[in-house]
Ligand binder design. Structure first.
Ligand SMILES: [Zn+2]
Length: 68
């Protein structure tokens, strides 16, 4: 079973839980405040492709001074 990450709707506490594949986390309880039905977060395993910020490629080509 994969590990999913959840975030409590009440206190915002984030935790991980071992759930069956495709489980939505309904019925889970927040280990911090005890609230049920936490918000399921996107898996961090599958969202690790590419990068966050794009590289502008500075220094490669000669842009010259006086932009614009
Ligand atoms: Zn909570």
């Amino acid at each position: 079973m994969p590990i999913y990450e959840f975030r409590c709707r009440g206190c915002g506490f984030r935790f991980e839980a071992l759930r069956p594949l495709g489980d939505t986390g309904v019925g889970l309880e927040c280990p911090s405040c005890g609230a049920k039905d936490p918000e399921k977060q996107l898996s961090v395993f599958a969202a690790s492709a590419g990068g966050g910020s794009r590289s502008t490629g500075s220094g490669s080509s000669s842009c010259g001074s006086g932009f614009g």
